[in-house]
Write a protein that binds this ligand. Structure first.
Ligand code: ACO
Length: 334
């Protein structure tokens, strides 16, 4: 019997309307457009208005992905996020309810910037096992909520946004079928990307107000090296699974963390830099939303067309990483 593959049949994305340019940031922090562009490739990022939360981003992107999938009934919702609305419960059930999806299983996946690929792997597993015929996978993050207002090194990089795909059961040889998702982690380096306080190790309590560190921290240079190595390794595994070589890749959709990381990855793999999808110049690093947002942008610009061979890869806190291939299907992005 042919195994059930997970096939992409819908794509949606959403960015909060408020864009903050580098020059605007430089009015508030000791930084400059030149520093941010030269070191990261980022020109602007979108920031969620006060009063809104990650579920608002996720609902917008999820609704668009469902429309792109001709409103197919989905059997499960997987939400990749590191910035849930609340520490508890998960945000996915609220998103499923607001989308009117009924009592479907809905849960969050926490793998920071690799979350979307972990979400795809989880959904593909549901489909392969016969637990679901179709799954909505959303990557949504509102990093603006966890950044230290005084930290120029993180505020320059991160932005808010959401992207989503609908996966349905199909054949492994169909356009849109995901190849095996190659994932990895190294918890011995978890300190490199962390929100130090507010979890069970160092709870934030009224009695200890003013102590602890509730903000996102990242050791940028150490992360840079890990990012290139682990994305290259998992990408090579994913290409091997698909029977492709690097020459077969039409578009590399890598986590949009830093244009220098993407170029270093392309150089390492022997891939033409022109084949890197670049979206971070307008949105920065949107964590779990990064890969689906870059896919949607590439479809909208005509860079990604049906039949193209796509390699997706990401890296993030945990540390975590992953990669996966697919041949792009004929779907409209909303
Ligand atoms: N403007 C001006 N100066 C700055 C800024 C800024 N926005 N940010 C940092 N600097 C300064 C630092 O303070 C430091 O100054 P010092 O030498 O006086 O101490 C100097 O620039 C150099 O700092 P570095 O951190 O060494 O700068 P680097 O060139 O490494 O760039 C960056 C920093 C952009 C963060 C880079 O290291 C990077 O992209 N790392 C990878 C991040 C990544 O891939 N993350 C993915 C996962 S994220 C996730 O999972 C949520």
């Amino acid at each position: 019997m042919t195994p059930r593959a997970a096939v992409v049949c819908g794509l949606g994305s959403w960015l909060p309307p408020r864009a903050v340019t580098n020059d605007e940031l430089a009015r508030e922090l000791d930084t400059s457009d030149d520093w941010i562009r030269t070191r990261t490739g980022i020109g602007a990022r979108h920031i969620l208005d006060d009063g809104l939360a990650t579920s608002d981003l996720a609902v917008e992107a999820g609704a668009r992905a469902l429309k792109s999938a001709s409103d197919i009934a989905v059997d499960a919702v997987v939400l990749a996020t590191a910035t849930p609305d609340h520490p508890l419960p998960a945000t996915a059930p609220r998103v499923a309810a607001r989308l009117g999806l009924g009592p479907v299983p809905a849960f969050d996946v926490a793998a920071v910037c690799t979350g979307f690929l972990y979400g795809l792997a989880t959904a593909a597993g549901f489909i392969a096992a016969g637990s679901a015929d179709s799954v909505l996978v959303i990557g949504a993050d509102a990093f603006s909520r966890i950044l230290d207002p005084a930290d120029r090194s993180t505020r320059a990089i991160f932005g808010d946004g959401a992207g989503a795909v609908v996966l349905r059961a199909g054949r492994p040889d169909e356009p849109g079928a995901l190849g095996p998702v190659r994932l990895g982690s190294d918890g011995s380096a978890d300190h490199l990307i962390q929100v130090p306080s507010g979890g069970s190790r160092d709870p934030l309590r009224p009695a200890t107000a003013g102590q602890g560190d509730p903000y996102f921290r990242m050791a940028g240079q150490a992360v840079f090296r890990h990012a290139v190595e682990s994305m290259a390794e998992s990408s090579e595994q994913a290409l091997h699974d698909a029977g492709w070589t690097v020459k077969d890749v039409d578009l590399l959709v890598a986590h949009q963390a830093n244009v220098r990381i993407m170029h270093a990855l392309a150089d390492w793999m022997g891939l033409d830099r022109e084949r890197c999808a670049i979206h971070l110049d307008r949105v920065g690093n949107t964590s779990a939303a990064s890969v689906p947002l870059a896919l949607a942008d590439a479809v909208a610009s005509g860079t990604l067309r049906p039949g193209h061979r796509v390699l997706m890869t990401a890296f993030g806190g945990g540390l975590t990483w992953g990669a996966c291939t697919l041949r792009w299907p004929a779907v409209e992005a909303y």
